[in-house]
Design a protein around this ligand. Structure first.
Ligand code: GCW
Length: 752
């Protein structure tokens, strides 16, 4: 079999990011490689121009000569005899990767020979693989996992094998092998057997059909709906490659604030084209379903889920979708939330609505992701308690193909939030953890905030619901055990857009990367994931890896410090959510800031203990005991659960007011310290990337002071206390900060 990925139509441009050269003009890989090496050797920074398009799949020549030689002597060819579409893209990726990393153009041959090489394929598709596997391997790789192992090939020439049960497992194995090479590993002794811990690993795009992206900060939507289905942008392939490289296996193309037009025939043809591109990469397409679609595009008088005509309409619609997309994943639904239509419009329950759609999808193998993000201003109950109150009693009433999709916390993707009490509290229902990769409340694509540590706080949180160790990660992963949780899913609201570098902030790509890696294995540490990303994106040089990894690790705590320390939440500006707005007190109460911080002359914080709103009682008693006890409550959630006097003594020895001020200052100082660190990397990082990040960090430092000054000026009016020593004085009075008005912040729905 010959497979030349460079000759395919619509091939991504990814291999030549430095220029706009298409694959067609890439005649001599060897020459290009030599030129690349020369440029790296010159190391003048200015000569190189990396626009970030390749993200972490850069495949630049390995800088360690001994490592390059070691791999070059192993990759003497690619051994593959399968025609499976996923195996083919794996092969193409390996060719592309090795061409770039090693400067070789390995040929493909059908059989293992004495000269070593990389053997790639499925267990059933190639007997040469089956004979090499260890008996225990097959049990450890499931349907999507892989074995990546180096064997001695008898005559001293090592053979690397990538084996899996499925084509997509082979693809994941290929990406794993390339990751190993990219991060500085040598071939000798390589032995990795792995499979994902969570079955469904999804991106959720909040992309509108006019290509604006709700809370999207990296340009317009990736999906060029008007050009589709005729023109198929090469970016779709590269999106799929990048996503598959971290194990993402599903994507919801459209905004949860849904438009029924996506379900019309003309759009389904476009969706089918995207699904065709994504399929070989193991990515299934889902769509958002607007609950009132039967009325809006179906001409029905009602969307009542118990109306047989409505159910029949959805059934027919689903059949139509499957004619276009045979492996369609299903629907994601935001119903009766923030003005979206839903079953409650007809006096029906969330289960009635979800089950009606689930019944339509079940015969085709599709699922419903039904969001639990519901709250209403008319309800007196603490907003943090409303989703639990609505959904928990419905446990056991949902069809097996319904997943309840729950945000990591009970309010809304705040900079820090305790885990949502629904996790583990619905043992008869599949649950999806929804994280936000896009930085709606964390500085959009302007501020550096590496989110893995925040996500880990949720994934590792011990719900205790089924005994100690019942972490959120375990709940959503589920198990086959009879008394175990049903396998669930994980979803991340995407931070990608039409910007050349995908995510706006060059460092925000780390969040796309980390989401996938943690979805694959929530047990990975944030730090190890950060390190992988830095190595793949920038360099294996310790002088680059260590400082950038440290910056990443410091970033989320720093942003929390200068925005909303000690469990403060929802004190951001109205509507666009970008800057500070602790003074917001108009409009529906649960959209104000004062509802949440409750600052007054006595103190600050939301009392959610049993003597307050009682929200702690929605957790397992052990957890409620911790959160509800002011002395046991982790400080990062203190004001989430407690209203405390300004002079409340803190662990540091400071009182609450001083501690709060010092946290704001600490955040500012941390960002300030990065400016120096980053400046020191100038000669080691591509000039374009370096300058872009430098500009953003400079703005972040300025805006961290804006947050500090605006919030402390506001809270000081209640505390009536001076700023402690070491805390910078605000440059303006409170009125100035209150009157600052930002216009046209990207991603703001009211301005789109
Ligand atoms: O965080 C809020 C956002 C809305 C979003 C909503 C949701 C898609 O401000 O823009 O709408 O959450 O998650 O549904």
């Amino acid at each position: 079999m010959t497979l030349n990925p460079l000759a395919r139509n619509n091939r991504p441009l990814i291999f030549h990011p430095r220029s706009q050269l298409s694959m067609g003009v890439c005649v001599s890989m060897r020459w290009m490689w030599i030129i690349c090496l020369a440029l790296v050797g010159l190391n003048t920074g200015g000569l190189r121009a990396d626009d970030g398009y390749r993200a972490w799949l850069r495949y630049d020549p390995l800088d360690q000569v001994s490592q390059r030689q070691a791999w070059t002597s192993v990759v003497t060819g690619l051994v593959c005899r399968e025609d499976d579409p996923s195996v083919k893209v794996a092969l193409a990726e390996l060719q592309m990767g090795f061409s770039g990393l090693l400067g070789i153009d390995p040929s493909v041959r059908p059989e293992v020979s004495g000269s070593g090489g990389v053997l790639i394929g499925t267990i059933d598709g190639n007997p040469e693989i089956a004979v090499r596997l260890r008996p225990e391997d097959a049990d450890q790789i499931g349907s999507e996992g892989y074995v990546v192992r180096t064997y001695s090939n008898g005559n001293g020439k090592p053979l690397v094998m990538i084996a899996a049960r499925s084509g997509v497992g082979v693809l994941y194995g290929a990406f794993e092998l390339l990751r190993q090479v990219q991060t500085g590993v040598y071939p000798h002794g390589l032995d990795k057997v792995d499979q994902p811990k969570i079955g469904l690993r999804m991106l959720n795009h909040w992309d509108n059909l006019n290509r604006t992206v709700e809370r999207g900060y990296a340009g317009f939507s990736l999906w060029e709906w008007f050009e589709l289905p005729d023109y198929v942008s090469p970016r779709y392939h590269d999106y799929a490659r990048l996503s598959a490289s971290v194990g993402i296996n599903a994507t919801v193309l459209t905004n949860v604030n849904a438009n029924a037009v996506i379900l019309t025939e003309a759009y389904l043809e476009k969706v089918a084209t995207l699904a065709d591109v994504f399929r070989p990469y193991g990515i299934r397409v889902f769509l958002t379903a607007r609950f009132s679609a039967p009325m809006e595009i179906g001409g029905l008088e009602t969307a009542d889920p118990l109306d047989p005509g409505v159910a029949a309409w959805w059934q027919a619609k689903v059949e139509e979708i499957y004619r276009h997309v045979p492996d369609f994943g299903g629907f994601l639904v935001k119903a009766n939330s923030e003005g979206q239509p839903g079953p409650q419009d007809y006096g029906r329950s969330h289960a009635d609505g979800a089950n009606m759609l689930a019944d339509a999808l079940a015969p085709h193998g599709g699922s419903v992701m039904w969001r639990a993000f519901v709250y209403a201003a008319e309800i007196e109950m603490d907003r943090a308690m409303q989703a639990y109150a609505e959904f928990q009693p419905l446990d056991g009433t949902f069809r097996p193909n319904v997943f309840i999709q729950i945000k990591n916390g009970a309010i809304d993707f705040m900079p820090t939030e305790p885990f949502h009490p629904l996790f583990g509290a619905m043992p008869k229902t599949r649950q999806t953890l929804e994280l936000q990769i896009t930085q709606e409340y964390l500085g959009a694509s302007i501020h550096l905030a590496y989110l893995a540590p925040m996500w880990k706080n949720c994934l590792d949180a011990d719900t205790r619901v089924a005994g100690e160790g019942t972490t959120v990660a375990k709940v959503i992963a589920g198990s086959d055990a009879d008394d175990g949780y049903l396998p669930g899913a994980i979803a991340g609201v995407a931070n990608t857009g039409s910007n050349r570098n995908w995510t706006g902030h060059p460092m925000a790509a780390a969040n796309w990367y980390a989401f996938g890696r943690l979805a694959w294995n929530p047990d990975l540490s944030s730090e190890s994931v950060a390190e992988e990303w830095v190595r793949m994106t920038f360099s294996n040089d310790a002088h680059v890896v260590t400082p950038i990894r440290e910056m990443l690790m410091e970033s989320h705590p720093a942003v929390v410090d200068y925005m909303m320390p000690l469990g403060l939440h929802h004190i951001m500006a109205w509507d666009h959510h970008y800057g500070p707005g602790p003074w917001i007190d108009e409009g529906r109460p649960d959209w104000t800031a004062v509802y949440y911080h409750r600052a007054n002359a006595d103190g600050i914080g939301f009392d959610r203990t049993v003597s307050g709103s009682g929200a702690v009682s929605q957790y397992h008693p052990d957890v409620a005991g911790i959160f509800g006890d002011v002395d046991a409550c982790p400080e990062r959630y203190l004001l989430w659960f407690h209203h405390l006097p300004w002079n409340h003594p803190m662990a540091s020895g400071n009182d609450l007011w001083d501690e709060m001020c010092l946290r704001y200052q600490r955040g500012v100082d941390t960002v300030g310290s990065w400016l120096e660190v980053w400046a020191g990397l100038e000669s080691s990082i591509d000039a374009q990337q370096h300058n872009h990040v430098l500009r953003l960090l400079t703005r972040q430092e300025r805006e961290s002071r804006w947050w500090r000054d605006a919030c402390l000026s506001y809270f000081q009016a209640f505390s009536k206390r001076p700023l402690p020593e070491g805390v910078g004085a605000p440059g303006h009075d409170l009125e100035y900060y209150r009157n600052l008005r930002l216009r046209y912040v990207p991603g703001t729905p009211s301005e789109q």
